[in-house]
Structure formats: C-alpha cells, structure tokens
Design a protein around this ligand. Sequence first.
Ligand code: MN3
Length: 216
Amino acid sequence: MAHELPPLSYGYDALEPVIDKQTMTLHHDMHHAAYVKNLNAAIEKHPELAGKSAEELIVDLNAVPEDIRGAVRNNGGGHVNHSMFWKIMKPKGGGDPSGPVADAIQKSFGNFKDFQTKFNDAGVKQFGSGWVWLAGKASGEVQILSTPNQDNPLSQGLYPILGNDVWEHAYYLKYNNRRPEYLAAWWNVVNWDEVNARYEGLKSGKALREPALAGR
Ligand code: MN3
C-alpha cells in the first residue's frame, strides 16, 4: 500500500497565533504531500519495499537500495518527521510538561526552562534547514540533538520524542528571519499528552522495535 498523507486532526488556523493558517496549509498540503509523493515514486522502483513503513525504511538506510537511498532518506524522513510534527502540536497546548517526560527532562537538564533554552539554542544553531529534537535511547535517557534536512534520529538509533521543524517553510511567512522568535513561541502549541505517549512507547521498548506504532 502506498504511503499516505495523514490529515491534520485540527483546522489549518487552529494553531494561530503561533503558526498562521497559510503556513499550516502550505506546510501540510504542499510540503508534506510532496514528501509522500516522492517517497511513493522511489518505492515504485523497488516494489519489494512496499510493505515497509517509512519509519522502518529510515531506521536502516543502508538496507535501502543505493539508487533510491537519497530519495528515501529525504522523503521518507520528511514523511516521518511531519507525521510526528502535526501530532505533537495542538490548539491551546503548551504549558509545563507533566508525567514521565517531565521527569526525564528534569533528570537530564535540571529543569524545564533550562531544557527549553538548550533546545531553542540548538534550533537556532542548526545551519540552514533541519530539525531540533528531544530524542531518547531504549534506556529512557534523553538528549537534545539537531539534524540537517529531513534526517531523523531513528537513523542514529535514537527515538524522537519531540521535534521542531526549523526549515524556513515552517516559520518564514510570519516570523521572517526571526527563527529564535518562532522557536520560543512554538512551546505554546506543544501537545504534552502526545509527547508523553511517545516517551512511554520508547520506555516500553515498542518505539525502537516498531517505531511506526509507538505513541499511537
Ligand atoms: Mn517542514
């Protein structure tokens, strides 16, 4: 079965004023849709991969035939990254985290404010396009990292618990070149319930075993 663009579970304007309607519409309907289309086009050349989830494909890129590896890395990564991104945001989200992910953040970073500062800083310093992540190991230990383009922590053996898109297409219409302002405002739409579900998936072992199913 071909990969499909997942619909948003809220309206295009639901994350305003943090993310404007036009940005959401273009980001989901054009950018994410293009990653799905290009991923399907790549997989058509290797029908033996048709049964694999996008997560399974990017977990082990070396297993992907060389002629489509770059396309799968970029477009499979783009599909996985954005599918997570829409779900870890919600209208009237934000606030301080609670539950197990709050404990993990406190353990690794001391407190939420220090974590936010480090996360935003990593997002600002990611040169060009990419993502900033909170990702974890099977042990439950978490870390901040950034990746270029559409690379995902799964390709490094880490599971993404939360991530923010720092491509200009994610913020430029509203924030122009002010990436730090976007990164700071973004916390107001974070869906901590979903982030906790992803973290629980990681700790249960399911997330790295079956990344497509974790957090669902
Ligand atoms: Mn994007």
